[in-house]
Design a protein around this ligand. Sequence first.
Ligand SMILES: Nc1ncnc2c1ncn2[C@@H]1O[C@H](COP(=O)(O)OP(=O)(O)OP(=O)(O)O)[C@@H](O)[C@H]1O
Length: 265
Amino acid sequence: MSNKNFLELENIHKSFPLGGGKEYVAVVDVNVKIAKNEIISIIGHSGCGKSTLLNMIAGLDAQTKGNIILNNKEIKGPGPERAVVFQNHSLLPWLSVYENIEMAVKKVMPELSSSELRARVEKFVSMVNLDHAKDKYPGEISGGMKQRVGIARALSIKPDVLLMDEPFGALDSLTRANLQEHLMRIQQSVENTVIIITHDIDEAVLLSDKVIMMTNGPEATIGEILEVKLDRPRNRVELQSDPEYIRCREAILSFLYEKFAKDDE
Ligand SMILES: Nc1ncnc2c1ncn2[C@@H]1O[C@H](COP(=O)(O)OP(=O)(O)OP(=O)(O)O)[C@@H](O)[C@H]1O
């Protein structure tokens, strides 16, 4: 396997049964090859099948037709090599920040000694700058902090692929910017493949190596794949006047609001 074909989606179709013998054909003919360590965004209007695709890669739902191959193995269900972060963090409220991460590490790496376990949990607590809050409970921290715990927990199990379904969608714009910075910094040190669903054009360009743009459903598919040729680390302020940044933004705007405009949003 070359690193370029680390994750392959081949002829993916997904339909949902609607009762009465009818079905809703959500996505068709999705073909894409994703390289190791790439950051990919999926963008498209509401209902175009973004979460459906992500859930199939996560192994939480099965495609109707086609294959999803990760590192030469077909995906047939969930596995620890893929971690998911959802919009609404799914932390256990009765466990502290530290314990939420510890539980995930214990489950996936039962062979660790207690000192190795502690070192690993502390490393990921620090990675998202939450040392000061490690003994707090989810009810005692802000939404942005909860989402940072969710990211730390996902990364602590050393997934090959981090799947994020609108991870910053519920946050205010300053907190969102702060988390985007965290994600970019962490990804440079952790080096895994990241697939992130977003509705935010600036977020897609800032974070991604490639942006997958979906056509509208039913029978949605990949319309275009945009390559973002911006060096890293990226600085959001400097990017505003960068011709490549402006080109990418315009390409996505034109795709979403001219080629595949949708009036019911
Ligand atoms: N279990 C289901 N049964 C029937 N239809 C479904 C089911 N799950 C999803 N769909 C339909 O499939 C389409 C794609 O849904 P999906 O949630 O993947 O879209 P999305 O692009 O993630 O949307 P949004 O941006 O609003 O979150 C939608 O029309 C949705 O109604």
